[in-house]
Design a binder for this molecule. Structure first.
Ligand SMILES: [Zn+2]
Ligand SMILES: [Zn+2]
Length: 298
């Protein structure tokens, strides 16, 4: 049985994200290490780190995961953006080690800047991502004592975002000198929007076969389970509640019952909010978790 997790807010403290996820019945948690739309932030205090680590321990939360800031773009050809991004991602690695978190998930990047209209933009962007990651791993304090693994996320391919083809992720991994520290996070909404079929069993098998051939199934370390508010192949990233989007429940059944992924964490990033069920106000995350558990046992 896979481990289900949820993205939880750190607005009320890192430890509160853990308590929230745990109280809703999740086994795992994903957080931002800071406000995801700001470059600068204060360091994590020893007290905050301590509270977080003890909450993880007490609540027996597994696979705590950091999602990197949305501002970071390791594919940018603009020198100022690229250097800020490298610095900010190094900081994410350090924050992970302070919190005792071993994995960070990241959106690979977008080739903005000088060559963004060139035919080679994609190739150059992928090379810049690999180069930047190598630089970060080299400089990272965590390289020796606390090995943080970076999970490249499959993207929907909005605009010129990289990472929507399995080949993009394979290329980054192949170019990096630290490939042993790279894995992949498979986001169902993004992969579907990017044009890979996931619902009918035979289509799902074919997509996973492609993934295995191009990237290698052993690189797959985590899932983001999100339905898609936009149609197949739309290349638009809009998450929907499980079973309420264009993907449908079959895809989730295929994944949660796939024995190859039985030990992996699977995080919800579905819209936040509450619904009223039989006169009771219920968190949408709880409803989505219940849905996943019900298709597991069906
Ligand atoms: Zn995601
Ligand atoms: Zn998304």
């Amino acid at each position: 049985m896979p481990y289900f997790g949820v993205h939880a807010s750190i607005a009320e403290g890192y430890h509160n994200a853990v308590l929230k996820a745990s109280s809703m019945g999740f086994d795992c948690v994903q957080i931002f290490s800071k406000n995801s739309n700001q470059w600068h932030t204060r360091p994590i205090s020893p007290k905050e780190a301590e509270l977080f680590k003890s909450a993880i321990c007490e609540r027996k939360i597994m696979f705590p995961l950091i999602h990197d800031s949305y501002l970071i773009n390791l594919a940018s050809a603009k020198p100022d953006v690229l250097s800020k991004s490298v610095k900010a991602f190094s900081d994410e690695l350090n924050r992970a080690s302070v919190l005792g978190i071993r994995q960070i998930v990241m959106h690979p990047g977008t080739p903005t800047g000088d060559d963004s209209d060139d035919a080679d933009a994609e190739k150059n962007g992928l090379a810049r991502i690999a180069e930047s990651l190598d630089k970060i791993f080299e400089q990272s304090k965590s390289t020796d004592d606390f090995q943080v693994e970076v999970l490249l996320e499959t993207t929907a391919g909005q605009g010129s975002n990289l990472g929507w083809k399995f080949e993009h992720l394979a290329e980054i991994i192949n170019l990096s000198r630290f490939s042993e520290r790279l894995g992949v996070c498979f986001d169902t909404c993004h992969v579907f929007a990017a044009g890979y079929k996931l619902s009918a069993k035979k289509d799902y098998n074919e997509t996973m076969k492609q993934f295995d051939k191009i990237i290698g199934i052993k690189r797959l370390k985590a899932f983001h389970l999100n339905d898609s508010a936009k149609p197949f192949g739309s290349r638009v990233d809009r998450h929907a509640h499980i079973g309420q989007g264009h993907i449908g429940l079959d895809c989730f059944k295929n994944i949660v019952t796939d024995s190859r992924f039985a030990e992996l964490p699977m995080y919800l990033e579905t819209p936040k909010g509450t619904v009223e069920i039989d006169g009771e106000v219920v968190d949408c995350d709880v409803v989505n978790l219940k849905m996943l558990k019900s298709i597991l046992t069906k």
